[in-house]
Write a protein of this length. Structure first.
Length: 276
């Protein structure tokens, strides 16, 4: 008979998993809090002269978005590595166990806890019920992944969505620094934000649920158990509904800017024609 260490049992990971996971979560939480309270303030003041002119409230949100950008780049790129090259999880998306995949989910969990703490402490400035729903839903899903050492590939696949956050944050930075709406930096970032957001958050949706349908009824899926099965689908559905809502909002903003640019160009051409 195969031993328990050869067969992955629901709810049980490798012997060193609890220490690895807890260490990664705590280290991530502390690192992102340090980045918010200390590092961002100092480096932003040195690297961006406009930072010192911001109000205290704007500085709080600025630092929050700096942390968000750093987190997104880190877990997004690690998630891309797992998605493309992590053989252990690629070969078995439901039960494949990988230290890299697990640590990436733990880092994301630490960030979410850190950001929730920041939101609570500065609720009047950056409080947002949708972010609380998003963070709590994600944390619940990540807890199931880390506690049971299951769906690590799926968790990292979902983290690819974070690659759109730097562009969303950059839009806010440009607005805070009072860049004109039609400046080249704003327009280029707005287009990239829309394209990347659509690519990493909306395009994968049908493929993701098609994959879920493809594994229904398999032995590997049955081993997940009812709680993980239902939680997997429900948490992703909640996050995807929010992604679609945000995509609609972003698209409307992008189309509005493009429309205004066209109107401005048409008006300019008309004025030049009259002058001629």
């Amino acid at each position: 008979m195969m031993s328990e260490r050869e067969i992955k049992v629901p709810g049980r990971g490798n012997m060193d998993s609890p220490t690895l996971v807890v260490s990664a979560v705590i280290s991530s939480l502390c690192a992102f809090q340090l980045l918010f309270h200390v590092v961002s303030y100092r480096f932003s003041a040195k690297l961006c002269p406009g930072f010192s002119t911001l109000s205290p409230e704007k500085k709080i949100e600025w630092n929050s978005r700096v942390v968000s950008t750093c987190h997104s780049l880190l877990v997004g790129l690690l998630g891309l590595y797992v998605f493309l090259f992590d053989e252990a999880t690629i070969s078995d998306p439901l039960w494949g166990d990988s230290s890299v995949a697990k640590v990436n989910v733990a880092i994301a969990s630490g960030y979410l806890l850190s950001d929730l703490l920041t939101i609570v402490l500065y609720w009047k400035v950056i409080g947002d019920k949708y972010f609380v729903i998003h963070h709590c839903t994600s944390l619940y899903a990540f807890f199931l992944i880390l506690e049971g050492s299951v769906l690590e590939y799926i968790g990292n696949f979902r983290l690819l969505a974070e690659l759109s956050s730097p562009f969303v944050n950059q839009r806010w930075f440009l607005e805070a620094l009072k860049y004109p709406k039609f400046s080249k930096a704003n327009v280029v970032n707005g287009i990239l934000m829309t394209v990347v957001f659509f690519t990493v958050r909306i395009v994968p949706i049908p493929f993701f649920y098609a994959f879920i349908c493809s594994v229904l009824g398999t032995e590997a899926y049955a081993r997940l158990g009812p709680l993980t099965q239902s939680s997997w689908v429900s948490t992703c559905a909640v996050l995807d509904v929010m992604n679609v809502m945000w995509m609609v909002k972003i698209s409307k903003g992008c189309l509005k800017v493009i429309s205004l640019i066209r109107q401005e160009k048409a008006s300019s051409s008309l004025q030049n024609g009259k002058v001629d």
